[in-house]
Design a protein around this ligand. Structure first.
Ligand code: GRF
Length: 218
């Protein structure tokens, strides 16, 4: 007989503002959406550190402009993936981070990292998972010829975009679409969906039953 395990992920409910970290490799428009959510009061949290594996990531510039600690950590100078992640985890722990938000962070996290922030790492992916995981989700969807794609916010496990789905929203694919036009429309939805998912987590509204993430919107 199977044992159903259900539990509330957010043990910090009641804490006024949750300490968030964002990991990003590139442009950082989702980072900006989260920062904007914090500023507008839509997110009861604060971005305390932004970490990138790319020195010139625009995301780092955005963070600095907002007065947020912005760190470039070069994977090339560490002995391997785990050594690199130990450094990231140390920085996150130093900042007492409670939720790690991946926003275009182009590295697969190892079980070491996942364990260090178990149930406290989110990612956003530009397709309706489990369709088109991994790199170039938008390009893959166009090449396959789907009529509907979208985006997914999910918890991160050790697999490639395989963690429990938190929120998803569909975006129509038109015959006239190029990768750029579809990407743009998906991005717009991402910028709405990701702050909402973060706030649901902060408010303790996400409830895991097996791999189903139930959302209590009330
Ligand atoms: C987004 O499309 C997200 O779905 C994917 O990487 C992209 C990051 O975009 N994981 P940005 O850097 O937030 O603008």
């Amino acid at each position: 007989m199977g044992l159903e395990v259900s539990y509330f992920l957010n043990v910090s409910e009641g804490v006024e503002t949750m300490r968030l970290a964002v990991l990003a490799s590139g442009y950082g428009s989702n980072l900006q959406a989260i920062i904007n959510g914090v500023k507008s009061g839509a997110i009861d949290g604060q971005v305390v550190v932004v970490i990138s594996d790319q020195e010139n990531a625009f995301a780092l510039k955005r963070a600095r402009e907002e007065g947020i600690e912005a760190l470039f950590l070069d994977p090339g100078v560490f002995a391997g993936r785990e050594a690199y992640e130990r450094e990231i985890v140390a920085k996150l722990q130093k900042q007492q981070v409670e939720l790690v938000v991946l926003a275009g962070f182009m590295r697969l996290l190892s079980p070491y990292f996942i364990k260090a922030f178990s149930g406290r790492i989110m990612n956003i992916h530009p397709s309706l998972l489990p369709a088109f995981p991994g790199l170039d989700g938008v390009k893959q969807a166009l090449a396959y010829g789907v009529k509907v794609s979208g985006c997914t916010v999910h918890f991160v496990d050790a697999g490639l975009d395989t963690g429990a789905v938190i929120l998803q929203e569909a975006v129509n694919v038109y015959d006239s679409d190029t990768e750029e036009t579809l990407q743009q429309r998906i991005h717009k939805v991402e910028h709405r969906l990701y702050p909402r998912a973060v706030q649901l987590f902060i408010k303790g509204k996400l409830h895991l039953e097996g791999r189903r993430c139930l959302v209590n919107e009330s």
